[in-house]
Design a protein around this ligand. Structure first.
Ligand code: PLP
Length: 461
């Protein structure tokens, strides 16, 4: 648990910097004092993402856009879609967010009523989809020991769903290009398989799985095919129109039965909203929750939560109307142009390589250098990148922040300097580098204990 002690040390300077509040103040403090305290914390953390130093995290981030979302949020800060009688507008926002997303993702070609709900984020969208397939297969096929087949690159939320809902998750290998190996998926399907899934693109390597083949495999077996387009749902339709190589991935493919797409990522809404879509209302109905005999009244909810923040569907709706097709197309053009420059620059840095053939979520690895130490050197220069493992790598998910002038050049200059430093000092291991090193060789149970301890640390005052 030395690792935890070291993580605690790393968190200490921040914790010491601001007053601690381990219990309720006896009397309420003045609002101005509280606002000043929050503003000080905000000032300390905002520049990292505002100036393009973060992978993903804030996907639009222009001041005017944020101010607009804040206005919408403020108007709806009290609303709750659980009470459509009080706030009918929230039902309208949710219905229209779903309809606009479905239309963007090929619903017109699906020939049926693509339908769905707004959720709290990519994870909830995936959890709901997995629960839906479990319940659908139990009711329509009598499957009581459900299994799901997903490539190892599919998001950790699939593991979460499997744990929560008693689904056996079978993870299949990738091909040399970090795409799902469809033959391996085929071999993993059993009579208990209820759903298979691919990503467009996947979180680790930003690579789009061969969705047409995965969808055809699902159709052949009469099972669900979920496409995780949490990252790509609001990018790929426009990338395709811009002429980038985007294989079909949406409802235009017959076998695709559900898609997740996050409005809080490249949909440019506020954090806390995503969309889950199904090809048929029959599937969607396995997601809903209704109870008819509770003394608290007739109760129903479309997703996991009961009360929900109406402000989030309002901001998603407002962001979509404000962007429009042309806005999304232009944002995608800028992000992909920045990504093209970034990829070309990385390929010129000795010792580094890009995994697979990604569009804008770019994983960097090395055959010669400790890539985690390179990531650590980048952290020392202000960059907040995402560590990956199996194989060791880090990635950067490009956003509109990185399309601002100078950001790509700054990243490449820092990356070159970081790689040169690590090449000259190969034994040095600081920050997260040794932690990733240990995670690669330690038994999974030990790593899980460290992660549990880390969550505890986050809740320490
Ligand atoms: C492909 C993919 N799916 C699902 C998720 C989970 O999304 P969230 O963090 O919004 O729950 C992510 C998050 O990055 C993702 O990249």
């Amino acid at each position: 648990m030395d690792l935890l002690a070291s993580l605690k040390d790393q968190m200490k300077p921040y914790r010491d910097r601001f007053p601690s509040h381990p219990r309720l103040p006896r009397t309420g403090r003045p609002r101005e004092a509280i606002l000043a305290e929050i503003a000080a914390m905000h000032e300390a953390e905002a520049p990292t993402w505002q100036e393009g130093y973060a992978s993903g995290a804030v996907y639009h981030g222009d001041e005017g856009h944020i101010a607009f979302l804040n206005q919408v949020y403020a108007l709806h800060s009290q609303s709750n879609p659980l009470h459509p009688d009080l706030w009918p507008s929230t039902a309208k926002f949710e219905a229209e967010v779903v309809a606009m997303t479905a239309q963007m993702l090929g619903a017109g070609a699906a020939g049926g009523p693509v339908c769905g709900t707004v959720t709290s984020g990519g994870t909830e969208s995936l959890l709901l989809a997995m629960k839906t397939y479990r319940d659908w297969a139990r009711e329509t096929k009598g499957i009581t020991a459900p299994e799901a087949v997903v490539p190892v690159s599919a998001h950790a939320a699939f593991d979460k769903a499997a744990q929560y809902f008693g689904i056996k998750l079978i993870r299949t290998p990738l091909d040399a290009g970090y795409r799902a190996d469809v033959q391996a998926m085929r071999a993993a399907i059993t009579p208990n398989t209820v759903v298979i899934a691919g990503s467009a693109p996947g979180y680790p390597h930003g690579v789009i799985d061969p969705i047409p083949e995965i969808a055809a495999l699902a159709a052949e077996h009469g099972i669900g095919c979920h496409v995780d387009a949490c990252l790509g749902g609001f990018v790929l339709p426009w990338a395709e129109r811009l002429g980038y190589p985007v294989p079909p991935f949406d409802f235009r493919l017959e076998g695709v039965t559900s898609i997740s797409a996050d409005t809080h990522k490249y949909g440019y809404g506020a954090k806390g909203a995503s969309v889950i879509l199904y090809r048929s209302r029959e599937l969607l109905h396995h997601q809903y929750f209704t109870v008819a005999d509770w003394p608290g009244g007739l109760y129903f909810s479309p997703t996991f939560a009961g009360s929900r923040p109406g402000a989030l569907s309002a901001t998603a709706w407002a962001a979509m109307l404000a962007m429009g097709e042309e806005g999304y197309m232009e944002a995608t053009r800028r992000i992909l142009a920045a990504a093209d420059r970034l990829k070309a620059g990385i390929r010129e840095i000795p010792g580094l390589k890009i995994l697979g053939d990604p569009l804008w979520v770019i994983a960097v690895a090395s055959d010669d250098l400790n890539i985690y130490q390179v990531m650590e050197e980048m952290a020392g220069r202000g960059w907040r990148l995402n560590g990956l493992h199996r194989p060791p790598a880090f990635h950067i998910a490009l956003t509109l922040r990185h399309a601002e002038p100078g950001v790509v050049d700054r990243f490449l200059a820092d990356l070159r300097a970081a790689a040169e430093h690590v090449a000259a000092n190969p034994a040095k291991q600081t920050g997260m580098a040794p932690i990733y090193g240990v995670a690669a060789s330690a038994p999974p149970e030990l790593v899980r204990q460290v992660l549990t301890g880390f969550i505890d640390l986050l809740y320490e005052v």
